[in-house]
Design a binder for this molecule. Structure first.
Ligand code: NAD
Length: 346
């Protein structure tokens, strides 16, 4: 563990198994300097255990940076559940997982991520109070995805102003990779703002919906990054920007919801050298955790959420300005700001 390339002095990495339900989960607590760690739980069919561990380590670190940059009193944590390979009882699995969250004793508060819904949160809640993103209860905030999409939309407008000097998105072409909870909601915002959409997903039904409802043009998943567009919005899984894909990306801006969009940290500088403005993922996609933080505080206040989303825009603008002034990658500026807020050395 201590030699793992993605181990970053994580405060705790907890492994849980429950034979009766098939649960195999990893809860990674990266840093609790600013408060209890918070971040979503991902349910995914990992190719192997090492991929699951890598995901948990990388995503939990990103949560520390995300929560710090969003000005939240929360640390960074994330959990992954390895999807059982055979038939399983979903409620029993999430109840067992709820017991695992409880066992971490409050150092980690969970919410939704890929493959997990508010219904699953309800089951987790039967076992622990360290859960948010619920759709019932005194401070319930529900599915964070629409707020994540709103934050990404706001961030795209900041990026467009910086890169193209435009106040309006009307007529811009945007490629969206992944039309899930966040991606589809983002497409609705973009369509409403007059953008032309080029989209992809591995789920045919959602593509048909985007074509019918939003007039989106459909492309194959392996070609989305090659489209001649103004903005590329990765909203599926991580690693969309890699040594393999970057040479084909023709967008002036990369700004999307996915976590860990850069396959390696070097991709940040590589984007800059190609004249691409990259909106650091953990800054632009913080809307959901902002919404979750409102619930964790005990009283859900939509005005507080709006204020934090405006803060996200201000932070993004200052990252773009500073990166331009010093001719460095946006990721360098963002990482340095995040580490300073966490009291970590560069
Ligand atoms: P989701 O599971 O609802 O959607 C993901 C979508 O991507 C699905 O429609 C899936 O079919 C599609 N997809 C998967 N592989 C693909 C591929 N190779 N090519 C094209 N499409 C593919 O997940 P979500 O909640 O919308 O989250 C999307 C991304 O945003 C994830 O990286 C997640 O970690 C990140 N994120 C989500 C939130 C949130 O509030 N939900 C917050 C912050 C970050």
């Amino acid at each position: 563990m201590f030699d793992h390339p993605d181990y970053d002095d994580h405060e705790g990495v907890h492994v849980f198994t429950d034979k009766a339900t098939g649960l195999r989960a990893i809860i990674a607590v990266h840093n609790t300097t600013l408060g209890p760690s918070a971040g979503g739980t991902r349910l995914w069919s990992y190719i192997n255990q090492d991929d699951a561990l890598t995901d948990a380590l990388r995503l939990s670190k990103a949560m520390s940076y995300k929560n710090a940059m969003a000005g939240l009193e929360l640390g960074g944590g994330k959990a992954v559940i390895l999807r059982p390979e055979t038939m399983f009882d979903r409620d029993a699995l999430f109840a067992a997982y709820g017991r695992a969250v409880e066992a971490v004793g409050g150092a980690y508060i969970t919410a939704e991520d890929v493959g997990v819904s508010p219904d699953d949160m309800r089951i987790i809640k039967t076992q622990t109070d360290y859960v948010a993103g619920l759709d019932t209860g005194p401070a319930a905030s529900g599915d964070p995805s629409p707020v994540t999409a709103e934050g990404v939309f706001r961030g795209i407008k900041v990026a467009v102003r910086h890169k193209f000097g435009l106040e309006s998105l009307r007529g811009l072409r945007v490629a969206v990779q992944g039309l899930g909870h966040v991606g589809y909601a983002l497409c609705e915002h973009l369509h409403g703002a007059g953008c032309q959409l080029v989209v992809t997903d591995i789920n045919r039904a959602v593509l048909d919906k985007a074509q019918d409802e939003l007039g989106a043009m459909l492309v194959d998943p392996q070609d989305i990054h090659k489209e001649t567009v103004d903005i590329y919005a990765p909203c599926a899984l991580g690693g969309a920007v890699s040594e393999k894909t970057l040479p084909h990306i023709r967008a002036g801006i990369i700004a999307g919801a996915a976590n860990n969009q850069l396959a390696t940290p070097e991709m940040g500088e590589a984007c800059r050298q190609r004249g691409i403005l990259y909106a650091p993922d953990y800054v632009i996609n913080a809307g959901g955790i902002i919404n979750v933080a409102a619930e964790v505080s005990g009283t859900y206040d939509p005005n507080w959420v709006r204020g934090k989303l405006e803060g996200l825009e201000t932070t993004l603008k200052s990252i773009f300005d500073e990166a331009a002034e010093h001719q460095v990658a946006t990721t360098v500026v963002a990482d340095s700001m995040a580490r300073a807020r966490l009291g970590l050395s560069d």
